[in-house]
Design a protein around this ligand. Structure first.
Ligand code: PLP
Length: 317
């Protein structure tokens, strides 16, 4: 019998409310099948509480649609031939090319998303192309939602200034700007709330520096397969990690094969993490609860020497 790895629906909803308290509704980012946890499953927990959803492309939109009637925003451009599918599924398309603008207009889209960002990995236009792009949009009458993404805390001010400048250029060209969204979990603050907050990792309890009181929505409970009295065992797992003197131990059926980071070994009460078994020094808490509501996902990710995103995705089943 392996570990029980669960999502806490109440904590997910608490986190949505905590971000929304910054002053804008939450668009739940459920790309990559809801960070591995299931986009439809997240929608079943969150649908009445979120404004909309964000996914990567039309396949993710199609997979999510049975679970929600709310708007679904796409992050990536889709090829012209698939734009009608996006519209038929009630998706809001993203465009970052002239061909994309023409295809969206031809398909009868009322609104498209346009990203302003000079970084690879997103379907956005570089800030210095805003003027030419606005010119191409004006002729079509398409309204736009402008967005950017803070891909570097150090460059946040410049990224936001580029977005504000692009907005002025679009409006001067006669393009109707229906809304602006900027913030993901890390950049979510009252000042960046805009029309909506795009929250992914924060749903699970990540803060990434954002001033929100989130709760850990991931729970990992592992069966205790063996207990050792204080002094009964000498070494923990592989290698030369001595067990602490005077502490009883438990071996739990959960390991890195279950997504529990091996890097957590040798931190706090976790002495060793093998593929399927973890050795823990026992204190006063519930011995079988490896990750629970009292945990802080950001601190846990730091101890595991990975990002909150990697931790969340790695624990998904
Ligand atoms: C993935 C992504 C998000 C969500 O980021 P989190 O850090 O998980 O909140 C928001 N916006 C864009 C453009 C993204 O690619």
């Amino acid at each position: 019998m392996g570990p029980e790895i669960r999502l806490d629906g109440d904590a997910l909803r608490h986190n949505v409310a905590a971000f929304a308290a910054l002053g804008a509704p939450v668009a739940a980012v459920v790309k990559s099948d809801g960070y591995g946890w299931g986009a439809r499953r997240l929608a079943r927990e969150l649908d009445p509480h979120v404004e909309s959803y964000v996914v990567a492309d039309d396949d993710e939109l199609a997979a999510l649609r049975p679970a929600t009637a709310k708007p679904v925003r796409l992050l990536a451009d889709v090829p012209a031939a698939r734009l009608r599918r996006v519209l038929a599924l009630g998706g809001i398309a993203n465009v970052s090319t002239r061909e994309g603008i023409a295809a969206a207009a031809a398909a009868g889209a009322p609104l498209v998303r346009v990203g302003i960002l000079d970084a690879t990995g997103w379907s956005a236009i570089p800030p210095d192309e805003a003027g030419a792009f606005a010119g191409a949009l004006t002729a079509t009458g398409l309204a736009v939602e402008l967005w950017t993404h803070v891909t570097s805390p150090a460059r946040e001010a410049a990224i936001l200034a580029d977005l504000a400048a692009a907005r002025r250029v679009f409006e001067a060209a006669g393009v109707r700007v229906a809304g602006v969204d900027v913030a993901s979990t890390a950049s979510a603050r009252r000042e960046t709330a805009g029309a909506r907050l795009r929250i992914g990792a924060g749903l699970f309890g990540g803060r990434l520096g954002s001033p929100v009181a989130t709760r850990c929505a991931i729970a990992v409970r592992a069966p205790v397969v063996r207990r050792y009295r204080a002094g009964e065992a000498r070494w923990a797992g592989y290698g030369d990690r001595p067990v602490p003197v005077g502490r009883p131990l438990a071996v739990l059926r959960c390991g890195y094969g279950d997504g529990f980071p091996q890097e957590l070994a040798d931190s706090a009460d976790i002495l060793a993490v093998g593929m399927q078994y973890t050795t823990r020094a026992l204190g006063t808490g519930d011995p079988s609860l490896l990750i629970g509501p009292e945990d802080d996902l950001d601190a846990l990710a730091a101890r595991a020497r990975r990002s909150v995103h990697q931790l969340v995705v790695g624990l998904a089943r």
